[in-house]
Write a protein that binds this ligand. Structure first.
Ligand SMILES: Cc1cc2nc3c(=O)[nH]c(=O)nc-3n(C[C@H](O)[C@H](O)[C@H](O)COP(=O)(O)OP(=O)(O)OC[C@H]3O[C@@H](n4cnc5c(N)ncnc54)[C@H](O)[C@@H]3O)c2cc1C
Ligand code: FES
Length: 408
């Protein structure tokens, strides 16, 4: 759309669509800020019992836009999980890369909470996109969605985002070693579909751990995919409790079980092997240790942690002093245990940019000048950005006195 001047002179009569969208996104961010000021703030801060931050920063124009998607169908995948099929009600497509997640902004008990859910359908799937949500005992959003999600409802989302992605290349010939536990199967479903479709010479081996057979998500779909692609996809279920109906390995996906399963499958590491791991933290720790014990370098393991905000808050550290530099300005504040740099910084009036507050959009990226900052996983920084000393304040927790520089 070309801008025109009105007879009043100097005013835009038609606003280009990109700018209009950006303004709409900004309006929604402002609405969110007002809600924050009223106390309806994102869940992590509420739960930590900390006063809502004063709003000092703001979304940059390039911050991740929010959009509304409509739930077109709700499929009960297992007694403890649902799959929500989503579409853009305006008819647009939702582009994503295999392995990415959406951040769902859900209203529970009158306040908005945000949780990440991996897209479980591959790009280009004729069924559109879907997310699979498994109940977490005592969990706020997973139970809410399992209990109340219905076709026709609309849900605000951020993203897709994430770095746990694969990029199929038609000429590549690789082996993908996928190790999933529980709901950690969701990004693997998208990856499996995309590789089967886009890399004809590659094969996939999926080791999938669950407690019981009735907790296995996508059991039928996986069986069908393996049957349709003999020799290209091997699915091996590992259950903690025996079950007559499912051919499987037995045990927790710990070092011993994993070693046994990999030996039985004849899997060995090599330059063309891609290791991808996703599941509960405990399982991932054991898998990492087991693979390192088998000589797979840590740098070659790609992981997605399904950590919840509640669990992050439980990891308390000592308070630390932080200085934020922006041009000639200096703002100093203290970050209490359980808070991120962004939460404490906004409360102190530091000029910190932000948008998604979940590590997914990069809007809060700053440069680490001095000190140590631990980043919650997952986050969207690339290896190059990390090497260049960039950190995200929304998922960053200082582990020492820290100096940060905001790009001016
Ligand atoms: C990148 C990413 C992708 C994900 N993809 C998926 C997916 O595809 N499917 C899926 O099912 N899940 C996925 N998750 C997990 C999901 O985002 C949620 O974390 C999960 O659904 C739990 O949210 P909840 O609100 O139900 O639980 P929460 O309310 O966050 O609680 C989680 C647990 O923490 C405990 N807890 C809560 N607050 C505290 C506190 N202050 N101190 C101590 N403990 C506390 C709760 O009792 C509960 O046991 C993903 C997570 C990430 C980061
Ligand atoms: S605000 Fe989006 S990554 Fe930090």
């Amino acid at each position: 759309v070309r801008p025109r001047e009105t007879s009043g002179g100097g005013r835009w009569r038609w606003v280009p669509r990109a700018i209009r969208r950006s303004l709409e996104a900004r309006a929604r961010d402002l609405e969110m800020m007002v809600r924050q000021l009223r106390g309806a703030i994102p869940d992590p801060v509420v739960r930590s019992g900390v006063r809502p931050p004063r709003v000092a920063g703001g979304a940059r124009p390039d911050a991740a836009p929010r959009r509304l998607l409509e739930i077109t169908a709700v499929a009960r995948e297992t007694p403890d999980s649902v799959v929500l099929h989503l579409r853009d009600p305006a008819g647009g497509s939702v582009e994503h890369r295999p392995g990415e997640f959406l951040t769902l902004c859900v209203e529970v008990g009158g306040r908005e909470v945000r949780r990440a859910y991996s897209i479980c359908t591959p790009p280009g799937d004729p069924r559109g996109i879907a997310v699979g949500i498994k109940r977490v005992p005592g969990g706020l959003v997973s139970n809410h969605l399992n209990d109340t999600a219905e076709a026709g409802q609309r849900v605000a989302v951020l993203g897709p985002s994430g770095s746990f992605v694969v990029t199929p290349a038609a000429e590549a010939s690789r082996t993908y070693l996928l190790i999933a536990g529980g709901s950690g199967i969701t990004p693997m479903m998208a990856i499996v579909g995309a590789v089967l479709e886009g890399e004809a010479d590659s094969r996939l081996v999926l080791l999938y751990g669950n407690r019981r057979a009735d907790a296995v998500m996508f059991r039928e779909a996986l069986g069908q995919l393996a049957q349709d692609h003999p020799g290209r996809l091997v699915v091996r279920h590992v259950l903690e409790e025996p079950d007559d109906l499912l051919e499987h390995g037995l045990g927790r996906l710990d070092a011993e079980t994993l070693g046994r399963e990999l030996d039985a499958l004849g899997v060995a590491d090599g330059p063309d092997v891609e290791w991808l791991i996703c599941g509960p933290e405990g399982m991932m720790r054991s898998v990492r240790a087991a693979l390192e014990g088998r000589g797979v370098p840590r740098a070659r393991l790609r992981e997605e942690r399904f950590q919840s905000p509640g669990e992050r808050i439980a990891r308390v550290t000592a308070p630390q002093e932080v200085e934020v530099r922006s041009g000639a300005d200096r703002v100093r504040f203290r970050v209490a245990p359980g808070l991120t740099v962004l939460e404490a910084g906004l409360a102190a009036g530091a000029p910190l940019p932000f948008s998604c507050t979940l590590g997914g959009c990069g809007a809060c990226r700053v440069r680490l000048v001095e000190g140590d900052v631990h980043l919650d996983e997952p986050h969207c920084l690339s290896a190059e950005e990390l090497a260049a000393g960039m950190v995200l304040t929304c998922v960053g927790r200082p582990a020492s006195p820290v100096v940060l520089e905001v790009a001016s």
